[in-house]
Design a protein around this ligand. Structure first.
Ligand SMILES: [Zn+2]
Length: 239
């Protein structure tokens, strides 16, 4: 059953997108698989309801780095399946414990219909938990993640959550933005969100030189749309 849990889409020669079509749309997030020359990069890992590493087309023996853009449940569920786990230093304690207070797994548990199809037989939403996945490499703003033919820079993009981060290939303009920016409703009123910080992040994002943005949710978009979303947010979220 796990084999069909994830939906896979080919985005480019070196990039595939996965998501979980049976998950409630608020928690249905994007999982990115970027194949580098020397290593593969997984950006975010879904809810942990299926076995992600089995659904990916991984090359035996080739290093895999799994990066979580932040510690919310819909991005960290399968992180524990990977030996190399990267994420924002600021949220490191959350990865070690996967406490509800940081992941909001409790919000998923109380949904009337968290999934439209059970991931396994006798699945029970009340028993949903996340496996701790302590980070093996903590990322700070400006750090780089090197996969051989691409170097991705870590951008600290707080506001949605305190440690939210993105990854930008400054040469090619490929930008993984996590939940800092995507097409769809942005969440800035969670207990760990901060709207003023979020506005500063949107100002930073609106100045980035990018070609394409692959967000934590929804369809990918270009730089024009990115600036539009960022500027609209800044305008509309003013107190
Ligand atoms: Zn989030």
């Amino acid at each position: 059953m796990h084999g069909n849990w994830f939906r896979k889409r080919r985005i480019a020669d070196d990039l595939s997108a996965f998501d979980e079509p049976y998950v409630h749309d608020v928690f249905r997030s994007n999982i990115w698989h970027l194949r580098g020359r020397d290593a593969d990069l997984i950006v975010d890992t879904g809810m942990g309801l299926g076995i992600l590493s089995a659904a990916l087309d991984l090359t035996p023996g080739k290093p895999v780095m799994a990066v979580a853009t932040h510690a919310h449940a819909d991005h960290v569920g399968s992180l524990h399946e990977f030996a190399d786990r990267l994420g924002p230093r600021i949220e490191a304690p959350a990865f070690a414990t996967m406490d509800d207070k940081a992941t909001y797994a409790d919000m998923f548990r109380v949904l009337t219909e968290p999934v439209s199809r059970p991931p396994t037989e006798n699945w029970n939403k009340k028993a949903y938990t996340l496996h701790p996945a302590p980070l093996t490499r903590m990322l700070d703003d400006g750090d780089v993640v090197d996969i051989g033919d691409r170097i991705l820079r870590v951008l600290h993009l707080p506001g949605h959550s305190p440690g939210s981060m993105g990854l930008l290939d400054e040469k090619d303009g490929l930008f993984f933005s996590g939940d800092a920016i995507y097409q769809g409703e942005l969440y800035d009123e969670l207990p760990d969100s901060d709207r003023e910080t979020y506005r500063a992040t949107m100002a930073l994002i609106s100045r980035l030189q990018v070609r394409i943005v692959h967000g934590g949710h929804g369809e990918s978009f270009d730089a024009t749309r990115m600036r539009q979303i960022a500027e609209t947010y800044i305008r509309q979220s003013r107190p």
